[in-house]
Design a protein around this ligand. Structure first.
Ligand SMILES: [Mn+2]
Length: 290
């Protein structure tokens, strides 16, 4: 991890006390089963974030002026996945108690469970992902990245999936048995009628987990399991905008970015999506702004 914070802000816009947003970098990849490299994702997103315009041209706001604090990267060397989740949970829970908006940067998808477990009260998890991640166990572990939404469902009782185009029979049965709302990528690639339906299905408070492999590999080749047939950048931000307008977004994570040398647009895209969410939350969030 370099010495930069998210957006490379001066100290006056990035101190913990003054900041409305807390970014939690987690360079963890322990259970990855295919392409590797997500352990470098958080650092790459932070490096890329310093190159964005901080004025959002669409909303006419500059979210960085509300303060964005980046905590020291959660140390992950030689720690098991449960310890990492627990550590992330602690940081996120404190941020929420202090009235701040937490953004977790992975790392593999399992780190999102730290963010989710740091939430309070009743909420939905909206998982934007190519994969259902609803297996009970994978590779002998209940905390494999292929099981994260199963664990999230056990924790909060309401998970909505969007962008899915890969799952197994066990997951299909679980979706049917538990009546989980799943929006398949094949129904999302023509037009955006699906967006209002996704938002309709959510509770008032929403934690958004964004696995970058939801994007089509042509937009996002830098990920461990690039599934063909994904959504576009504009699909993702249009969905985030509608969620920000009609619900209260209580937490956010971006996971599974596995940087590829000289493909800087991938980490830049991930950084931009984080910042778009902050702009939408600020501009459309009404009384839920911060
Ligand atoms: Mn995935």
């Amino acid at each position: 991890m370099g010495s930069h914070n998210f957006c490379w802000l001066d100290w006056c816009f990035s101190g913990y006390d003054e900041s409305k947003v807390v970014v939690v970098p987690v360079g963890f990849e322990g259970t990855v089963t295919y392409g590797k490299g997500s352990g470098n994702g958080a650092a790459a997103i932070i490096e890329a974030s310093g190159n964005m315009e901080l004025y959002d041209e669409e909303c006419g706001v500059n979210p960085s002026e509300k303060g964005i604090h980046t905590v020291d990267a959660v140390k992950v060397s030689s720690k098991g996945v449960l310890k990492v989740i627990e550590e992330v949970r602690g940081v996120v829970e404190k941020a929420v108690c202090d009235g701040k908006f937490p953004v977790v940067l992975g790392g593999e998808h399992t780190v999102c469970l730290g963010g989710i477990k740091g939430m309070k009260g009743e909420f939905s998890v909206l998982c934007i992902d190519a994969h259902a991640d609803l297996r009970d166990k994978f590779d002998g572990s209940k905390y494999n990245h292929a099981c994260v939404m199963r664990r999230a469902f056990e924790f909060c009782g309401h998970v909505v999936l969007a962008g899915v185009r890969s799952l197994c029979e066990e997951e299909r049965e679980f979706i049917d048995d538990e009546k989980i709302c799943v929006f398949y990528a094949r129904d999302m690639v023509d037009g955006r009628d699906w967006i209002s339906k996704v938002v309709d299905s959510l509770r008032d408070d929403v934690y958004v987990s964004f696995d970058v492999d939801a994007l089509d590999p042509s937009f996002m080749p830098a990920t461990g399991t690039p599934e063909p047939g994904g959504v576009s950048y504009y699909d993702v931000i249009a969905l985030l905008l509608e969620v920000a307008k009609r619900r209260r977004i209580v937490g956010f994570d971006v996971v599974e970015l596995a940087p590829v040398e000289n493909l800087r647009f991938c980490e830049y895209t991930a950084a931009k999506i984080v910042y778009k969410l902050l702009a939408y939350r600020e501009f459309y969030g009404g009384r839920h702004k911060y």
